[in-house]
Structures are given as C-alpha cells and as structure tokens.
Design a protein around this ligand. Structure first.
Ligand SMILES: Cc1cc2nc3c(=O)[nH]c(=O)nc-3n(C[C@H](O)[C@H](O)[C@H](O)COP(=O)(O)OP(=O)(O)OC[C@H]3O[C@@H](n4cnc5c(N)ncnc54)[C@H](O)[C@@H]3O)c2cc1C
Length: 450
C-alpha cells in the first residue's frame, strides 16, 4: 500500500496515455515508458492502424480526463450502419435513438492526440524507445531496455501499471506465478486493412456518417470514415478454406474475389491489389487472465488484462472504462491502492469476460445476420419496445454502446431478449399491433418472469 503519488506506466498506447492524463490531473507524477519511437514524429505504423469506434463508455473516461473537446475534434459521428448488399443496394440501420452515435477515430490520430495532451502536463514524462522486459516480482522493480543503445535497467516504484497491450511483458512476468490463470484463443478469421481514398476535393466517396458494412456470411468488409475524406476498410476473412486469405495469393485472385463479393467498392480502390499485398494479415484473439495484479503495487489494465475480438467495437472502450472505474475507486478509498486494487480485481473481470463473450457473438451478427429479414424484424421489435417502454426495455447493442450498464448485465440480457423475441413472433400481424394490448400483455408477462 502506498500514498506516494508516483506512478510508472508501461505502454503509451490508448489506455496508457489516457491513464497518464487522469493520474496527472489527480496530482500524480507519471513516467510512461513506450517501446516504439515517439510516434508524434515517427508517425504511426500503417497497415495495422485501423479505425476504432469510440462509444459512451470511452467518452466517459475522456470526460474524466477533461479532454472531450479535443477528442471530439478528431472524431466522426456514425449514427448507424450502412449495409451494402451484393446487388449494390444500400440500407441504413440506426444504432440507437435520434442523436445517438458511435464515433470513428483513427487509432494513430487518437493515440498521438492523447500523448500530446498527457505530455502537456508538467507531471507526465514520456520515455520512448524503452521496451519493458518484465517485472521482478521479488524486488518490486520493472525492467526496461533502451532499444537504441541496448542498455538494460530496472526502476523501482510503488505503483506500476501494465498497459502494454495484448502481448504484455508485464503480464508475462505475472504468468510465471503459481495459480496465475491465463488463456488465449484465436478465432479462425484474420483481418487486413485496406483504404478508400478521398475525392479530389477531399470529400468522402461514400456516405460520411456511417459505419459501412458488406456482410457476406462467413466474412465481411467494413469501412469507417476518416477526417481527411478517406475511409479505412477492414476485411475480416478466414485464414483457411474456400474463401480465405490462403486463396488470395495473386493479384488476379484478389480482384476476382472483390468483383464477386464487393463489386461496388472495386472502383473506389484503384490500388487494391498493391495495398492488399503490402499490408499484413493479422490474427484476432481473446485473452483472459487473473489475477490482474501483484501485491498492491502492480496492476494490468486495458488489453494487457483483457484483449477481445473487435466485433462489438469495445476493446478500447473497455480499457477506457477500466480508467473510469479506477478513478471512482480512488475517490471511494481515498487513494488507498490496497483497497482499490483489491476491489477492482474482484469486480471488474466479470464484466470484461462478458464483453469478450458479447464480442465473439456479435461477429456472427455483423457478418451474417445484418441482412437477414428475421434480424431486421428483431431490430424493429427492439425499436418499438424501447419507444413504448423506454424505462424497461433497452436493446443489448444500446446497453453496450450507449450506456454504462455493466457488460455482465448486457450479456445476461441476450438470452432474456431471445425469449421475448420468440414470444413476440407468435403475435399474428405483429407489425400492425405495436401499440396494441397484445404486445403489452406479452411484454408485461416477460417482465414479470425475467
Ligand atoms: C481490427 C481491430 C479493430 C478494433 N476496433 C475497435 C473499436 O472499434 N473500438 C474499440 O473500442 N476497440 C477496438 N479495438 C480494440 C483496441 O484496439 C484495443 O482494445 C486497444 O488498442 C487497447 O488499448 P491498450 O492501450 O490496452 O493497448 P494497445 O493499444 O495495444 O497499446 C499498448 C502499447 O504498449 C506498447 N508496448 C507493447 N509492449 C511493450 C513493451 N514490452 N514495452 C513497452 N511498451 C510496450 C505498444 O507499443 C503500445 O503502444 C480493435 C482492435 C482490432 C485489432
């Protein structure tokens, strides 16, 4: 336990940089060590930079850091998804109510912005090109190597945060402890980043304010808007099998694949084949572990403790929510880190495990169901129920993206909503009866049995 206001953060990614801002605002002296060169000058490595959807949970942490205006300036609202059918048809599906949106942010742009803001605090110091090698649990030190000189050194600090991402070096050290639980599960799909360039006048070549999606059953393509008029696209495709990365080895194969499944996007990607082979194909994993701490001085947050697949757009949001929760616990326990870490480690994993499951489940919805008439009917039912019973019914998507309801409650709602859906479908002529007594009767009975 410590009351010393000094923290070391390993990893200046999205969560580490935001956490540095929040700690500095609370009067902590923060030293942040990052293995990459300073990306404000060196730029952000392309091909894996992807765009992220920032939603309500993320915004709350951004507000706690006092930087909403700065982040809003680099974010584009996406109030719904634009579905691209094989025949070129477009269908817009709102994500929530009027005025609600998730926001497209460039990973690199956001990371650079967060580092700039953190670095403007007198109490924060960044150390780039410093690779964390692990932690010495016995001595309570964290070890680094200067990647330019090869010099290795150790730092002792009362509070150490591991925000060094899914392949965390801090976590690797904890993994050597007895009774440390760890699992890593890769899905069969990988992803590749592609790009749609802007029009000559800098405008977007598709509707700006939407998350574009081409659902194709076993795979899908998505595109999120950037401020410079471009779109960052991500192709999610199995590694192996008939339609897979393994079978896209030549320019002709890539072009034929896009012509078959994404004909409307081909004219927007004149350098498709070149970009396809330049950019890496990356894997997607869910990582769970426990405990997230060692003693009361080392704590993992963000992807280092809970990396998830991206299909609910929640990995970063969940990491930012870690910061929100820790900030509230600092108030609750008057910055007694022993109590804070204990409660965080006891309560938070249930929710991060839940969002891991929800994210895996949402992949099926995005790539397969969004074009399915049954799914569209369910979306209609959800909308009408929410309009009629706003206090009692909220869709799972809206719980996750537009509320602070614990993820575990959202996960529990999935099965409950499926039961309700089954009952609603039994109402004959449902679409003409949204405001009738029959719908209310079924709904009330469901509420009583929940
Ligand atoms: C394709 C894809 C799409 C996604 N879409 C979304 C989305 O729409 N919405 C959303 O909320 N989330 C999304 N995510 C998840 C999101 O990217 C992560 O959850 C988020 O980046 C986690 O932030 P972090 O700071 O914990 O880790 P990271 O962003 O990975 O940052 C870790 C940092 O630590 C540094 N580091 C690593 N090892 C060391 C070391 N040994 N020493 C020093 N530094 C080190 C790294 O260089 C990096 O700067 C997506 C992820 C993927 C792969």
């Amino acid at each position: 336990m410590t009351n010393e206001k000094k923290a070391v953060i390993a990893g200046a990614g999205l969560v580490g940089a935001l956490w540095a801002v929040i700690l500095a605002r609370r009067g902590y002296e923060v030293n942040v060590y990052e293995q990459r060169p300073d990306f404000r000058q060196a730029g952000y490595a392309g091909g894996r930079s992807i765009n992220l959807a920032l939603s309500e949970r993320g915004w709350k942490a951004v507000e706690i850091a006092g930087i909403r205006a700065e982040i809003e300036a680099v974010a584009i609202p996406m109030p719904g998804r634009m579905m691209h059918g094989l025949d070129g048809s477009l269908t817009f599906q709102p994500y929530g109510e009027e005025g609600q949106a998730i926001y497209s942010v460039s990973r690199g742009g956001l990371n650079i912005e967060l580092v700039k803001i953190a670095d403007s605090h007198d109490r924060v110091r960044f150390h780039f090109n410093q690779k964390c090698l692990g932690v010495d649990l016995e001595n309570g030190t964290i070890q680094f190597e200067d990647t330019r000189t090869g010099v290795k050194y150790a730092i002792e600090n009362a509070l150490i945060f591991g925000t060094d991402g899914a392949f965390s070096a801090v976590r690797s050290s904890l993994q050597r402890l007895p009774r440390f639980n760890y699992s890593q599960h890769y899905i069969d799909h990988g992803y590749k980043e592609l790009c749609i360039l802007p029009n000559l006048d800098g405008s977007h070549r598709m509707h700006t304010n939407a998350l574009h999606i081409w659902p194709r059953g076993q795979f899908m393509l998505i595109a999120l808007p950037n401020l410079d008029g471009s779109f960052t696209c991500t192709l999610f495709l199995p590694f192996e099998g008939e339609e897979s990365f393994a079978n896209l080895q030549t320019e002709a194969q890539v072009l034929a694949f896009f012509e078959k499944y994404f004909p409307d996007i081909l004219p927007l990607m004149p350098s498709l084949a070149q970009v396809f082979f330049e950019n890496p194909t990356s894997a997607l994993a869910t990582i769970r572990c426990s405990p997230w701490h060692y003693g009361h001085r080392m704590l993992l947050i963000g992807d280092a403790s809970h990396a998830i697949v991206p299909f609910f757009g929640q990995g970063m949001n969940a990491g930012f929510e870690d910061c929100t929760i820790l900030d509230a616990l600092m108030d609750k326990y008057d910055e007694d880190w022993e109590a804070i870490i204990e409660e965080f480690n006891a309560s938070r994993p249930e929710d991060t495990n839940a969002i891991a499951d929800l994210a895996l489940g949402n992949f099926l919805e995005m790539r397969d169901k969004v074009g399915d008439p049954q799914f569209l009917l369910w979306k209609k039912i959800e909308k009408h129920l929410h309009e009629r019973f706003p206090k009692e019914f909220q869709s799972v998507y809206s719980m996750v993206s537009f509320s602070h309801i614990p993820y575990s409650e959202a996960l529990a709602a999935v099965a409950a909503h499926e039961r309700l859906f089954g009952k609603m479908l039994k109402i004959k002529g449902l679409e003409e009866k949204w405001n009738g007594t029959e719908v209310e009767g079924v709904f009330r009975e469901w509420v009583r049995g929940r």
